[in-house]
Design a protein around this ligand. Structure first.
Ligand SMILES: [Zn+2]
Length: 339
């Protein structure tokens, strides 16, 4: 009987099960009522009294070992099957929640689409720029306030490197590379060292347009502006140009549109003037053309630029421009149906 027990102990050490069915077969073979361990238990009744103590201990050891071994095999199987479940490719996929377009993206696209219909194509450039492309090439005097540390983010180790304060730097890059005619629109993010409030932020977005060819006149600029205003704000929209100053255009102007809230009668939004300022524009200064290797005696051109936040505020009446960058889903969800 001792020999039988020892043999079974040896067998139990070697047991293996690669699936649940095999494990169950082993359990039946060893531990069930008709299993080999139970059979030995039955035989125990016939063992001589003086051997009972010794064989009884051995039998108990066998029973415990068989139980432990089968439990261990069961655990191994469960662990390996749970790792298989984690890559179950037959499971139904969860529905993916769709987001909405950001209001600034919507308006940027609308502005670009209007200018595309006038034959403009999109040009983009780096946000980390050098002094030449942001200031010097665009006729900014060395002591121009925009170069001041208060307004512009400079890189401490190299003051030649700046975060662009306007997208005009893209115009310079295109003019340097491309022969006229040039008809581009430059959308992008710009940075200025401003205190953050409901009406100012340290970054915002611009769209600038540039048209250079032979015989481009201020009349061409005015017609493009009127077309843009009517497309963007409605066919009844009127425009007004006021003389202004920019280093890179001469002459320069600010454009107002008739207030689209009161229709020009006067309201708190337009400060009772009936007009709302939306963009700056002008004829490209001949110095800028020459800086970029374009003959200013042959070519002329116009440029205009606007803040996308400003246009979005007018279109959607957003009172606090910090909302654009707060990632508040309740705010963004409101633009779900906007095209
Ligand atoms: Zn008004």
């Amino acid at each position: 009987m001792i020999d039988k027990i020892n043999k079974l102990l040896g067998d139990i050490e070697e047991l293996k099960a690669s699936n649940v069915q095999e494990l169950e077969d082993l359990r039946i073979k060893f531990l069930s009522k008709k299993g080999s361990v139970s059979a030995l238990m039955d035989d125990f009744r016939n063992v001589a009294a003086e051997e009972k103590k010794n064989i009884g201990m051995k039998l108990n050891e066998l029973k415990t070992k068989a139980q432990d071994r089968i439990n261990q095999l069961k655990e191994n199987l469960e662990n390996s099957s749970s790792s298989e479940e984690s890559i179950d490719l037959t499971r139904t996929a969860y529905p993916v929640e769709l987001g909405t377009r950001h209001p600034l993206s919507l308006v940027k696209k609308e502005i670009c689409d209007i200018f595309k219909r006038l034959g403009f194509s999109i040009a983009e450039g780096p946000e980390i720029e050098d002094d030449w492309h942001v200031f010097s090439s665009l006729n900014f005097a060395d002591d121009h306030p925009a170069r001041d540390m208060q307004d512009t983010f400079f890189i401490a180790r190299n003051p030649e490197v700046v975060l662009r304060t306007h997208t005009s730097s893209v115009q310079t890059r295109v003019m340097e590379k491309q022969e006229p005619p040039i008809r581009i629109i430059c959308p992008g993010r710009v940075y200025r060292n401003e205190a953050i409030s409901y009406r100012a932020h340290c970054f915002f977005h611009q769209v600038e347009a540039l048209y250079i060819d032979k015989n481009v006149s201020f009349a061409d600029l005015k017609q493009a502006l009127l077309f843009f205003a009517k497309e963007m704000f409605g066919a009844d929209t009127k425009i007004r140009l006021r003389p202004s100053y920019f280093p890179f255009t001469e002459p320069s102007a600010e454009m107002d549109i008739s207030c689209n809230i009161c229709g020009g009668k006067g309201c708190p939004f337009c400060k009772h003037t009936g007009w709302v300022e939306i963009l700056g524009c002008g004829m490209v200064d001949p110095n800028v053309l020459e800086n970029c290797g374009i003959d200013s005696k042959v070519y002329s051109g116009y440029a205009l630029g606007m803040g996308i936040e400003r246009i979005t505020n007018l279109k959607y009446r957003v009172k606090d421009l910090r909302m654009f960058s707060e990632n508040d889903a309740r705010f963004l969800k409101q633009f779900e149906n906007a095209q």
